[in-house]
Design a protein. Structure first.
Length: 319
């Protein structure tokens, strides 16, 4: 099948400098040998509150708006909201949304200079108790380096950790979609509903006014939720590529500590010049200096040019 370049959506803010992906030996070999990355389904990430956090807050706000409104059919609307919410939460594989996560390691008040791509907390979390590696990517070059045999669109965005800002955005989205519901459902109940037909037939025959508002709301909440994280993960300072596939069956499966995990393989042109991969840091270990030479040999064998390879500066003993 002919490979296609995924289409970018939106015009989000850009990160400066390199973004780092921390991984273990298996992950490093997989990326360099296959020249691809694996974007994990949004419901199978390390943070147990992923997706559910934004989803729950959004629905709570919607139900609050329904309850305080004077809308004549708010009981029906409330029931539809709740049934749809339950259907989504009861189907963990629902949706075609996949994430590939990177860390912005630039210096800040809590992160000193000189340790970009070399964070102790990340080595502890992602090295698997052995050798870890951080891969530094240029985000701009990355965006033009993806390819895939399926139709995929993607978006790069920074994770939102601030609870007040999360709540403000949720309130704005909920108000927007509640207004759309009121406008379209008022038209449906007042002018379009046929009393001689069943509720299902009425819904189906007037999808623009009954179903599309729910779908629009679902997409907005999901796309916002993909970049919303619990404040306990603030140190990671994460950016994400969110990939949206055309079909539920585009995914593959891998083993993980969470069981079988769906992922979307995304081709990555690492051999072009300049390569999107600019730097590899060998994590703490007893032979990290020798491993620098090994990684350089692996890069040469894989025909990936001009990548700086350096050992970690952290004297962390994990062996």
């Amino acid at each position: 099948m002919e490979e296609q370049e995924p289409q970018k959506t939106g015009n989000p803010p850009k990160p400066e400098g390199l973004l780092y992906h921390y991984t273990d030996q298996k992950g490093l070999l997989g990326i360099l040998d296959s020249k691809s990355i694996w974007a994990t389904h949004v419901r199978y990430l390390n943070d147990a509150s992923e997706f559910v956090l934004a989803w729950d807050k959004s629905w709570e706000k919607l139900i609050y708006l329904v309850d305080k409104s004077e809308y004549a059919h708010k009981d029906q609307l409330r029931n539809i909201y709740r049934r749809f919410r339950k259907a989504v939460l009861d189907s963990p594989g629902r949706g075609k949304y996949y994430l590939w996560c990177l860390t912005d390691d630039k210096a800040s008040e809590t992160r000193p200079r000189g340790f970009e791509g070399d964070r102790l907390s990340q080595w502890r979390g992602y090295s698997g108790g052995g050798y870890g590696f951080s891969l530094g990517f240029d985000a701009t070059t990355l965006e033009s380096s993806f390819n895939t045999p399926v139709n995929v669109v993607f978006r790069l965005g920074r994770c939102q950790y601030d609870e007040a800002e999360q709540d403000a955005q949720i309130e704005s989205l909920a108000a927007k979609h509640f207004k759309e519901f009121l406008d379209k459902w008022s038209t449906y109940f007042t002018h379009l509903r046929n009393p001689s037909l069943s509720p299902f037939e009425n819904f189906r025959n007037n999808a623009e006014y009954t179903i599309e508002p729910i779908v629009n709301m679902y997409v907005d909440f999901i796309e916002f939720g993909m970049f919303m994280k619990h404040r306990g993960y603030l140190e990671e300072n994460e950016w994400r590529f969110a990939f949206i596939s055309e079909s539920d069956t585009d995914c593959s499966f891998r083993e993980s500590r969470f069981g079988l995990t769906p992922y979307l393989p995304i081709g990555l042109d690492l051999s072009k010049s300049p390569s999107p991969l600019r730097r590899i840091i060998v994590g703490p270990g007893p032979h990290k200096d020798e491993w620098v030479g090994t990684i350089k040999l692996l890069l040469a064998k894989s025909a990936i040019p001009d990548v700086e390879v350096v050992p970690s500066q952290i004297p962390y003993r994990n062996w």
